[in-house]
Design a protein around this ligand. Structure first.
Ligand code: ATP
Length: 214
């Protein structure tokens, strides 16, 4: 399966956030995105997923165009900041609520996703009381729980301890093996080096292919 960006551009209040970005991404690969803070990685993910409208160009998934044939990619798992997790729900309650919006999966898959990221599915603690590492794990669980075709991960190993980093990397590789198309933005050079099949640098809204992985 294929996700293509054709010359997409976006400005916010007169400032170019994405400038003429073209990409052709295929299932079963991990695409790494590196770049300084504020270079546009998060905005790129928002544009490619449908969470943000673009000014010009098109995003095409399997021959169908975003904002024409559908408003958000039809099978998407995404971690971006403010992931819409509620502080007064437990981890399981949060995932149950989100899964209820699409009704694609039941309790079993939710328990499975929580276990895979190393969280106890029956933990009674509220999300608001989670450590940063646990919050990251829950964000990964919500991104993978429906086995989506496209997974966009913004700093998935941020705030995790060494074991956590290893576990999340393993899950990302398993999702790739399953055939998911994965976009990974990370400041962690080792994440990129170990995981990315292709590497892109984002710089002031431009996206440039880098030949070597870091
Ligand atoms: N809601 C918004 N309104 C206006 N400008 C915004 C908005 N959100 C982000 N920007 C701007 O868009 C640019 C790209 O931001 P983006 O969050 O995509 O960077 P990033 O590469 O993900 O950074 P980081 O590594 O810090 O996560 C920045 O200059 C930022 O100031």
């Amino acid at each position: 399966m294929e996700l293509a960006a054709n010359s997409i551009s976006k400005s916010i209040r007169g400032r170019a956030i994405l400038s003429d970005v073209s990409l052709c991404l295929k299932s079963g690969n991990i695409y790494g995105f590196v770049g300084k803070n504020g270079s546009g990685k998060t905005m790129l993910f928002r544009a490619l997923s449908g969470l943000m409208r673009i000014d010009s160009g098109s995003v095409v998934w399997e021959g169908k165009t975003l904002h024409k044939d559908f408003s958000v990619l039809p099978s998407l798992g995404i971690i971006i900041e403010n992931a819409g997790l509620y502080p007064n729900f437990t981890g399981a309650q949060n995932l149950t609520y989100l899964a209820g919006l699409t009704k694609r999966i039941g309790k079993e898959k939710i328990i499975d996703a929580l276990s895979r990221v190393g969280l106890d599915p029956y933990d009674k603690r509220l999300y608001g009381k989670y450590s940063l590492g646990m919050k990251r794990r829950l964000a990964v669980a919500q991104a993978i729980m429906e086995s989506p075709n496209v997974i966009m991960l913004d700093e998935p190993t941020n705030a995790l301890d060494e074991t956590g980093v290893e576990e999340i990397r393993q899950i990302i590789l398993e999702e790739k093996e399953r055939g998911a198309l994965i976009l990974l933005a990370s400041h962690n050079k080792e994440d990129i080096h170990l995981l990315a099949d292709e590497l892109y640098r984002v710089e002031k809204g431009h996206v440039v292919r880098m030949e070597e992985t870091l």
